[in-house]
Design a protein around this ligand. Structure first.
Ligand code: T5A
Ligand code: NA
Length: 213
């Protein structure tokens, strides 16, 4: 059914979780699954380090530059805003977007530094709301055992504990927790099943909406 405004649009599917929870591994597996089933889909990630704003963010994350906490927060948000119109046109043309981190990362990481949650949410208002947030749930201690922290700015256990608490405060009806301590293939299968329900619902005609509820 192709007629009508929101019919046959793609789904906006976001993966969230602590550093090392497996988002990038699972995003690419989910993309392959959807493509294999014949869906039009793309893999996006935030921060998008390819833009000029993204390069400022990347320098900050690798400790090559210092920025005020509010300044970096607004840069992360701007990095999503510079992609908003392309995101909307892709979704409306029927492409499903699998997005590795989004506004939930933005608010969780900045509020974990002590910034006010409502202040952190404000610049995200008006960005597209995900149809589905897949939260890869892992204890911070378990995540720290994977692949070795120490590279980037936020990869410290104590800070990740705070981020986990901040994520929990952001749960909304689009949110689904998946146990991220399982074998990779088990997580992959669960994510695929949940995502397929949402891709189908968007094909039938759930309208796009904006953050922040
Ligand atoms: N940030 C981000 C903000 O502060 N504000 C914002 O608005 C945004 C968008 C960079 C940082 O920026 C912050 C959050 C971050 O601190 P990033 O570039 O997404 O964000 O971070 P990366 O370092 O690229 O990715 P992560 O460290 O978050 O890792 P992933 O993607 O969660 O995990 P992945 O898939 O790379 O796997 C990590 C390791 O675990 C293994 C993998 O093989 C790999 O070695 N692994 C498993 N091992 C056992 N069992 C499983 N099930 C496994 N799944 C993966
Ligand atoms: Na990643």
């Amino acid at each position: 059914r192709m007629e009508g405004g929101n019919e046959s649009r793609g789904a906006l599917i976001v993966l969230e979780g602590l550093d090392r929870s497996g988002k990038t591994s699972q995003s690419s597996r989910l993309l392959s699954s959807l493509e294999g089933l014949g869906y039009s889909a793309e893999l996006w990630r935030f921060p998008d380090r390819t833009t000029s704003v993204g390069q400022m963010i990347s320098a900050y994350l690798s400790n090559e530059s210092q920025l005020d906490d509010r300044t970096i927060h607004l840069l992360f948000s701007a990095n999503r805003w510079e992609k908003r119109s392309l995101m909307e046109s892709k979704l409306k043309s029927g492409t499903t977007l699998i997005v590795d981190r989004y506004s939930y990362s933005g608010v969780a990481f900045s509020s974990a530094k002590g910034l006010d949650v409502e202040w952190c949410k404000a610049p995200e208002i008006g960005l597209l709301a995900p149809d589905l947030v897949l939260y890869l749930d892992i204890p911070p201690e378990k995540a720290a055992e994977r692949g070795g922290y120490g590279g980037e700015r936020y990869e410290r256990l104590e800070f990740q504990r705070k981020v986990a608490q901040c994520y929990h405060a952001l749960r909304d009806p689009s949110w689904k927790d998946v146990n991220a301590c399982q074998p990779i293939e088990d997580i992959e299968r669960q994510l695929r099943e949940i995502a397929l329900d949402h891709v189908t619902a968007c094909k039938i005609g759930r309208p796009l909406s904006n953050l922040w509820l």
